[in-house]
Design a protein around this ligand. Structure first.
Ligand code: TSB
Ligand code: ZN
Length: 644
């Protein structure tokens, strides 16, 4: 038999008979490696550990430490799921079952819908099959034989017709299961240690709504029970905090199909939180020398042709509205309007920087699949500003913006975030303005500003704005999914496009630089974050209702109303629950609404001018004079305390 050379990652070579399997080599290196091995990488391609090596090869044995291993592991678990479903429900036809970020799924065609009880049964069956330690064997089938053999499996036949060459591969799992698949897979089911089936959903064959609807079973799998438990715990936590669910329960916002997806309606309580946030940031900006303006939500298309949005940002814009003599578009960004504000008068270097700010509403055609509650919408109001300054002023302005960011995060209780330097993709000439010198300058300026503040950052290509690089601040949700919130962007492009000028100390005209920046992001996205961060229990200063007065019986109605009145006079958002209901029910409901302070008013409290305080987290606090409670609440509001 001929010999082949196998080169290992450390550069060492082994001469072995052709047909040797990666698992044999792993075994020869160490039994521990063979035990930990999940899959092989042969000449850069993933390979079954039991697939014979036929010619010289670079070989790497992957273990759970290698990120690619998890995909293979989950893919093999998906096969295990399919095998279990076929054992239990033999009439089922198999679709596809790939690994995904959160685990895996498998699509099935079966007339009877799967129920949650079925999931339990299937999971049990999967463990049964797992315990048989069945190998995943790779089998080669000729296309014409396959089409005959699987004549009654319509999806398999479609896949074979479309994807198979003369010969295709399948993987078995025991004597009764075989699936059309490229692999690779684990050696056998004993390698699978921890998995869980999560949910059932409808899915169209090949994702096309004109095709038959299938049943998709989602699951997840991890190398250890502990990793699985951690994940399931986070999943529970994500459900508990989900701003879409809390938004409904706490009556913050609603989405109505008649209005459309991505166009939430702010209900009174959500609107209150938003107004508090808006007032807060406007006040901070006023103090930091910003000038607030109002500009229209739409403009003639020529404005966006001039700015370059139409050329580079077209995909995210709603189609133009045809009027008699002109085309109007909803603005996807506020910059062009602010540029026109700047341009409306002459500027000398003495009146720069000009910081033009607005809670600007903008419209983006986000695809329906990515829309989510308040966090990704189609109409949004951004805490936006454009700073027009001289090149010398960039550094200081950048630092000023970061100071605002820091203060806002402190007041909102935001502590977990990462800085991302978002750069263009040089190859993408469509999405980004083509001007190398400008991009290099922008990038350098941003890096210098970041370094001088000592901010640690990571880089991402293809995430810049079309007009320049950005510093984005990324927050993650419980599941680790990141989104951009605050952003600071350096722009040498738009000043140029619009021919902006200021008169310098030399008496000559120069182009200003624009810093685009958003401190608290869009009201929509920031409030979605705050809802999840606090699981709906907003700090007192942000809470839509800060205190609710609960009369025990109708006898205290008048007193309760006067308490509410005094709270309101002190600038506290108060309510009364004057329904003729039991006090325990009133408390329970106020608690569910996560109202920070419940003030119970009975005969005794009425006589002494007190209220019995119940705190949403600390519970019963006893009877206290109203004036003391008001002073406490005012203290929490004025200091923007976030711990309560
Ligand atoms: C900062 N012209 C700049 C502005 O001057 C601009 O619009 N930048 S942006 O495109 O990055 O958007 C600003 C912020 O809006 C983003 O950082 C993000 O936090 C938020 N945002 C973007 N798209 C959406 C959306 N679909 N839903 C909610 N918020 C969004
Ligand atoms: Zn802008």
């Amino acid at each position: 038999m001929s010999q082949i050379d196998v080169t290992l990652p450390d550069g060492s070579k082994q001469s072995v008979p052709a047909g040797t399997r990666p698992i044999d080599i792993a075994q020869s290196i160490s039994p521990r490696l063979a035990d930990a091995a999940i899959v092989a990488k042969v000449n850069g391609q993933l390979y079954d550990l039991t697939r014979p090596l036929e010619s010289n090869a670079d070989l790497q044995i992957l273990t759970p430490k290698d990120p690619e291993s998890l995909e293979v592991y989950r893919h093999s678990t998906a096969h295990l799921l399919a095998a279990a479903v076929l054992e239990l429900y033999p009439e089922t036809k198999l679709g596809i079952g790939p690994p995904i970020d959160s685990g895996f799924y498998y699509d099935f065609d079966r007339a009877v819908p799967f129920t949650p009880e079925d999931l339990e049964k299937i999971e049990k069956k999967m463990w049964e099959i797992q315990a048989r330690h069945l190998p995943y064997d790779r089998v080669y089938t000729r296309k014409e034989d396959g089409l005959k053999k699987y004549a009654d499996a319509w999806m398999k036949c479609e896949l074979i017709s479309e994807r198979a060459g003369d010969v295709f591969t399948e993987y078995t799992l025991g004597p009764d299961f075989i699936d059309f698949c490229r692999g690779p897979h684990l050696t056998d089911t004993s390698k699978i240690k921890a998995f869980h089936l999560l949910s059932i959903a409808g899915a169209y064959w090949k994702g096309n709504e004109h095709n038959k609807q299938l049943q998709r079973i989602y699951g997840t799998a991890f190398f250890t029970r502990k990793d699985l438990d951690d994940y399931l715990h986070r999943l529970e936590e994500a459900k508990r905090r989900d701003h879409r669910r809390l938004g409904k329960e706490l009556e913050l916002f609603t989405v109505n199909e008649t209005v459309g997806a991505g166009l939430p309606l702010w209900l009174p309580k959500g609107a209150t939180v938003r107004r508090v946030l808006e007032d807060y940031i406007l006040e901070r900006e006023r103090a930091a020398g910003y000038q607030h303006v109002y500009t229209p939500d739409l403009a003639k298309i020529e404005l966006y042709e001039r700015s370059g949005h139409w050329e580079h940002y077209h995909d995210s814009m709603f189609p133009p509205m045809d009027l008699e003599t002109e085309k109007m578009v909803l603005r996807p960004m506020n910059c062009p309007h602010h540029i026109l504000v700047f341009e409306s008068r002459q500027h000398s270097y003495r009146d720069l920087p000009a910081r033009i700010a607005e809670l600007g509403t903008m419209y983006r055609y986000e695809r329906s699949g990515v829309l989510s509650g308040l966090s990704r919408v189609r109409m949004m109001t951004l805490n936006d500003a454009h700073i027009f300054c001289t090149p010398d002023q960039i550094k200081e302005e950048f630092a000023g913006v970061m100071k605002l960011v820091e203060q806002a995060y402190k007041d909102l209780g935001i502590t977990q975030y990462r800085y991302r330097l978002s750069l263009r993709d040089k190859a993408d000439k469509e999405k980004y303005v083509d001007n190398d010198a400008m991009w290099e300058l922008g990038e350098r300026v941003l890096r210098e500003a970041l370094n001088s503040l000592g901010l640690p950052y990571f880089e991402a290509t293809g995430e810049a704005a079309f007009y320049g690089p950005k510093l984005d601040i990324q927050f993650a949700d419980v599941m680790g999914h990141e989104e951009t919130y605050s952003t600071i962007q350096v722009d040498f492009h738009l000043p140029n496009r619009f021919g902006l000028k200021y008169v310098g100390p030399d008496g000559k005209e120069h182009p200003p630089v624009i810093i685009h920046r958003a401190i608290v992001s869009t009201m929509e996205r920031m409030i979605s974050y705050l809802i999840e961060l606090y699981a709906g229990a907003f700090p007192v200063w942000l809470a839509p209702v800060q205190a609710i007065v609960l009369p025990i019986t109708d006898r205290q109605l008048e007193y309760a109303r006067s308490v509410k009145c005094q709270l309101e006079k002190a600038g506290i958002r108060a309510a009364t629950d004057d329904r003729n209901e039991k006090i325990n029910l009133k408390i329970r409901e106020a608690q569910l609404q996560k109202i920070p302070y419940m003030l119970v008013a009975g005969d005794r409290e009425q006589q002494s001018g007190e209220v019995a305080v119940r705190h949403r987290k600390r519970g019963d606090q006893g009877a206290r004079p109203l004036a003391a409670v008001i002073a406490e609440l005012r203290g929490l509001i004025d200091t923007k305390a976030v711990a309560d």
